[in-house]
Design a binder for this molecule. Sequence first.
Ligand SMILES: *Cc1c(COP(=O)(O)O)cnc(C)c1O
Length: 393
Amino acid sequence: MQKIPLSNPDITDIEKQKVLDVLNTPNLSLGPELPEFEKAFASYVGTKYAVAVNSGTSGLHLCVKSLGIKDGDCVFTTPFSFIASANCLLFERAIPIFVDIDEKIFNIDVDKLESAILKAKNEGKRIKAILPVHVFGRPCAIDAIKNLADEFKLSIIEDACEAIGAEYLSSNGNWKKTGTFGKAAVFAFYPNKQMTTGEGGMIVTDDENIYKLCRSLRNQGRGDGGGWLQHERLGYNYRLSNINCALGLAQLQRIEEMLDKRTKVAELYNEKLKKINEIILPQKEDNKKISWFVYVIRLTDSYSQKDRDFILDELRKEGIGCSNYFTPIHLQPFYQNTFSYKYGDFPITEKISERTIALPFYNNLSESQIDVVVQALRNALNKIQSGQDPTTR
Ligand SMILES: *Cc1c(COP(=O)(O)O)cnc(C)c1O
């Protein structure tokens, strides 16, 4: 039995009522809650437009498609992410070019990005875009990525699925939210994210063409003026129902409160874990505000993947939810089989992936629950040190 889950959505009675209100109308889809949610979301992030879709993955797919990325086009992204950030390229038969991550922040390493771009260019590849991921709610090195995109005429699609409300201090001295620096960006609302609609996602952009195209593509390729059975292009059913939109709108209205709660939980963890020498805590950066999606610690390099897996097992035995965010994308069976990737291709991603532990993390995680988690972690580490770990058994 799980005593403390890994994540836990925070839904108020008011939010439940908003969902019921929709169920009491005949408009379960394409009703007024859809544009209301989109408008409120665009205004929160600071973009001109927003297009709600039924998942973050659908949103990423439509961004790729609406930017005209197609068969054989190359897009730079990282293997340390949730699989959707690379799959969305494969949907259009584009080619992900993986770039390893920065060891401290787990986001794309901009020096390696530059080398990868130069290499692909020299090889005559059709390079089209950069798809950076704001992993765990931490903004990427945004200015550096923008500079490279400008220099090599690449579009940027931000995978901001884990980073609603995260901010970075841009070189001109303004704090800006993630989701505002790419051609388009995508957020996601699966139940473990900072805010949820059950399932759902949101594309944001300042580009009117992308906006119009994404609206059409999510709705079976229908045009704005045409009828219900008029289809101008190959489209999809990626619509988000009004039931989900109502929940999303209500969640968005208290996003600051929710992000504050998460920051407090993260700070409590930081405080209670700082004396444990065997682990590395999430790193601080002056020019960034993390939107806490998950709380991920990392074992120091002297520990192995076996040690990490032992700790995960020990925590689970105590009823504590935990996970190994992420298994590298290039080592997923489908990617290994399709692209012949092998262990060793992206050493930093591999080293980090083998040693991360995502601890229980959600808005209403209490201090006493955190104490239970921290104690269980200490116990597991002690077992390893006293020789009860899998490498010596
Ligand atoms: C959650 C997430 C997505 C989108 O996931 P969906 O389940 O399709 O909403 C995409 N990229 C990253 C990095 C994510 O964490």
